[in-house]
Design a protein around this ligand. Structure first.
Ligand SMILES: C[S@@+](CC[C@H](N)C(=O)[O-])C[C@H]1O[C@@H](n2cnc3c(N)ncnc32)[C@H](O)[C@@H]1O
Length: 107
């Protein structure tokens, strides 16, 4: 599945969730970030994105919160998640045991 097909598929699956709460791990140039923000803007949602690199210039959307940190700094990030999550999008470090560790924490 290429990037566009994958993202269109995700968008379709989540676009009707009211007040959607999304956690995104790994921002880079913000391709997925922008797509998630479109969904948040449609239904009063909120997106928290985390990256070890400073990606804060990707967007100035008021529904966006960027956390400049490693996504396994659970003590820091868990405190910033105020509502229960509808979507956890993991695209940071792709090593299996790492993905499992972060998924278990945020799920
Ligand atoms: C594949 S890119 C993300 C691409 C993005 N999802 C998109 O749609 O454009 C991976 C990103 O994960 C970040 N990253 C790698 N390890 C990380 C970690 N432990 N915590 C947070 N971010 C990490 C990298 O800095 C990089 O920006």
């Amino acid at each position: 599945m290429n990037f566009n097909t994958k993202h269109k598929y995700i968008k379709k699956r989540i676009e009707n969730i009211p007040k959607i709460q999304i956690l995104e791990l790994g921002v880079h140039q913000g391709n997925a970030t922008k797509l998630f923000l479109e969904t948040c803007n449609l239904n009063k949602g909120h997106l928290i994105s985390v990256d070890i690199v400073d990606c804060s210039n990707v967007s100035n959307d008021p529904n966006w919160e960027f956390i400049h940190s490693s996504d396994d700094d659970f003590e820091l990030i868990n405190k910033r998640i105020k509502a229960s999550l509808d979507v956890i999008f993991i695209d940071s470090l792709h090593e299996t045991s790492y993905v499992k560790k972060v998924l278990f924490n945020y799920f």
